[in-house]
Design a protein around this ligand. Sequence first.
Ligand SMILES: C[S@@+](CC[C@H](N)C(=O)[O-])C[C@H]1O[C@@H](n2cnc3c(N)ncnc32)[C@H](O)[C@@H]1O
Length: 257
Amino acid sequence: MRKISKEIKEKSKLSKEEWKEYFYGHWYFGGARQIEHEAMFPEELPKRLIKMYTFVGDTVLDPFLGSGTTIKVALNLSRNAIGYEINESFLDIVKEKLGLKQSLLQFSENIQVIRRQASVNVDEIDYLPRIKDAKPKIDPKKLNFKSDRLYRVVDIIDEQTIRLNTGLLVKFLGVKIIKREEAIEYLRDRILKKEVYLKFDNSVVVDGNTVNAYVYLKNKIFVNAYLIKTGMAEADKTKDYKYKTKFVELEKRWKNG
Ligand SMILES: C[S@@+](CC[C@H](N)C(=O)[O-])C[C@H]1O[C@@H](n2cnc3c(N)ncnc32)[C@H](O)[C@@H]1O
């Protein structure tokens, strides 16, 4: 294993906040406007990965350069970078991104563009990323955490929606609120500002920023079940989910006193 000097380790260090945020199960940050290339990702994505997995002075390889987001970030983070791009028409965009367009020098002394002899006919390569192919919805599998992460509830949006400190909106899965005022009061008194963890099931994603989930307080109180058990809500019978039978049973028990 290679030895990394103390100085390099120090320069590559993540702050406590970065460490906590980067090594959590999933990340939330804005996307990139697709103005130059149709499949650009935001700088925050390579930034985090580069800071997590490389040291200052290491070399980052991006085999699918596109508009050059990864190498731009790598260079900014004092890493070396190599990028491969099959479509030469992106070169201008890459240069623009790296700030080389404005430079009087053809290329900076630290940056080289090497054209390689194509071993295939590039014109025949059918690579055309399209925005419509992108799936901006949150992948349910990614939300199915192994380790339970705690979130803080920062807002009660309505009787069935809370906002977490990551900006994610969460609706109570399997729950149909029937006593709106009472439910809001309960959420404000007992859930707002508290730490919760989430579990997921079917139909997780409502939209790009909202998920359906089972919400648990740190002390394991199951909020969805509690809402039904106390008559503030009924079980949602319009869709299938893991705890449907349990929720219907809780609703019956409440109704039968
Ligand atoms: C999804 S885009 C990368 C976008 C990039 N992450 C950004 O932020 O701009 C993939 C890029 O890989 C290039 N590409 C596809 N096949 C390639 C290959 N065999 N060798 C090099 N580049 C390739 C495409 O031309 C396209 O620009």
